[in-house]
Write a protein that binds this ligand. Sequence first.
Ligand SMILES: Nc1ncnc2c1ncn2[C@@H]1O[C@H](COP(=O)(O)OP(=O)(O)O)[C@@H](O)[C@H]1O
Ligand SMILES: [Mg+2]
Length: 277
Amino acid sequence: MANGKVISMINMKGGVGKTTLCVGIGEYLANYLDKKILFIDVDPQFNTTQTLMDYFDLEDEYMSNFRHNKSIRKLFKSASTISEKPVLPSPDEVILKFDDYPNIDLICGNIDLIFDDNQGDSARTRRIKKFITEHNLRNEYDFIFIDCPPTISFYTDAALNASDYYLVPNRIDRYSILGIKLLKQVIDRLSYNEDLDIKPLGIVYTMVGHKRNKSEILKETFESTDIVKEIALFSSCTTYVNDLMVGFQGNISSNYKKSREDIERVSLEFLERIERG
Ligand SMILES: Nc1ncnc2c1ncn2[C@@H]1O[C@H](COP(=O)(O)OP(=O)(O)O)[C@@H](O)[C@H]1O
Ligand SMILES: [Mg+2]
């Protein structure tokens, strides 16, 4: 294995199913298709981290230990003096491994990211990229999934700078077009300022069938925009499965029959699209 791919799960809109799809595809590929996955949680809301801590029953460990000693924050830490070269942490210092799940690793998110001042330090928006390349993580993992915040931010830039592809989970509503337009602007700006090497993998409709998402007119309008045509739609999607909201098996798609079928189809299409490049 030497050709792992880095994928940002991104949409400039919250509540569209980014985290659920990120964990859903990653967990499916890891546990059903034996792929080695690293999740990187750069969203200060750290829902990917919460989902996995819940899954591994490590919530207390997270609160008392990981969030202080092993989180994404370490990766962005600045040098303490002006002449000092910023030092990248070693993989062991930030990557969390789980005893019974050798195929799933995680760089924990941390709510305190919002207190870190990252303005005006564009070098640090290349820190995730450097971390991945300098430690040869593409040899270690088949896929690195970055769960992004739904905002224009330093962390979004850092994620996109590090990624080979971006995948856009999207739920049809009145604001879907806005979310995707903003995303396009972010990517265009970064491509202009940096040597960005990122391709769209596609848009995945999420929570299809829920009464809030049923407007055919909104869907048609969305699909007729140039950006959507350019990014292109997945033919598979995820349907609305109530258990993902409230079920006792947590927010893991493969844990419920209906959402397992969805995530299987989406994951296979994901692999096909990666193959095609
Ligand atoms: N297919 C689905 N069916 C039902 N609920 C879903 C589905 N996908 C996501 N959800 C729920 O919708 C909410 C928002 O999803 P989430 O993945 O956290 O979105 P985002 O990361 O974009 O903010 C969560 O409560 C999640 O459990
Ligand atoms: Mg999220």
